[in-house]
Ligand binder design. Structure first.
Ligand SMILES: Cc1cc2nc3c(=O)[nH]c(=O)nc-3n(C[C@H](O)[C@H](O)[C@H](O)COP(=O)(O)O)c2cc1C
Length: 235
């Protein structure tokens, strides 16, 4: 099921009347169509759709194989991938995207394999045609361990810095295991608020929400990880 949220509202919350709407793309990494990740993404999308064009793309609907590292895309006509799957449609959407949100269940301290496959397929010169400026991260997990989200957040922050992207925020929800568990937390309200706010955010915003004992906490700095930035790589 693909969901598309659009709006005709031109301005709200202090935005200028003639500001163009942003295109927001949410990549959902769970195969569970009624799972916790999807619920979080939908709430964010509802809030964001008040002031932006919003689309949810779920791995449940788009099949993208893992990158094989053949680098065919670096020499092929139109940088086409050797794999003929749904990634072509996703590249087109990414080409129109201003704000990209990665939403995933935690699988063994990483994002889901289906979503990682899409991320890895951005190893292509096609990405140089993208104009994504802002990134967001939503994660859900069954446990509530203190360092549960750190490995993924570290990768997220490395990617932000490498591509010079601004974070619109991070929503981390622990303690949700079965479909529907997330309905009991205030994560959905927070995600919707974050969706509403993205249009009026100024540079430098880095909202982070994380749960403790099933409750969402808002912190300016929720993580202890320190970053060592590596030199940029080209391939
Ligand atoms: C393969 C797999 C690995 C998982 N690994 C973890 C994990 O390392 N830590 C954790 O807290 N939950 C883990 N979970 C639980 C899921 O993150 C949790 O059930 C989540 O709510 C699923 O999201 P969804 O409803 O959007 O599919 C795992 C689940 C699966 C299926």
């Amino acid at each position: 099921m693909m969901m598309l949220f659009t709006t005709t509202a031109g301005y709200r919350n202090g935005t200028k009347r003639n500001d163009p709407l942003s295109n927001v793309l949410i990549l959902v990494g769970s195969m569970r169509e009624h799972g916790n990740t999807q619920a979080l993404a939908k709430s964010f999308a509802e809030g964001a759709a008040e002031n932006n064009n919003v689309e949810i793309v779920s791995v449940a609907d788009y099949k993208a194989g893992p990158c094989t590292g053949c680098n065919h895309c670096y020499t092929s006509k139109d940088n086409r991938c050797c794999q003929n799957d749904d990634m072509g449609a996703i590249y087109e959407k990414l080409g129109r995207t201003d704000v990209l949100v990665i939403a995933s269940p935690v699988y063994f301290y990483g994002i889901s394999a289906e979503l990682k496959a899409i991320v890895d397929r951005l190893h292509t010169p096609l990405r140089n045609t993208f104009h994504i400026k802002r990134l967001g991260l939503f994660l859900v997990a069954a446990t509530d361990l203190p360092d549960l989200f750190d490995p993924i957040v570290l990768q997220y922050e490395m990617i932000l810095r490498f591509f010079h992207l601004e974070s619109i925020g991070i929503v981390l929800v622990g303690g949700v295991k079965d479909e529907g568990d997330i309905q009991d937390s205030d994560a959905l309200t927070k995600a919707k608020e974050l969706g509403r706010s993205i249009r009026r955010l100024s540079n430098g915003l880095n909202t982070k929400y994380r749960t403790e004992n099933g409750r969402i906490l808002t912190r300016s700095s929720a993580f202890s990880t320190s970053l060592t930035i590596q030199p940029p790589f080209d391939r």
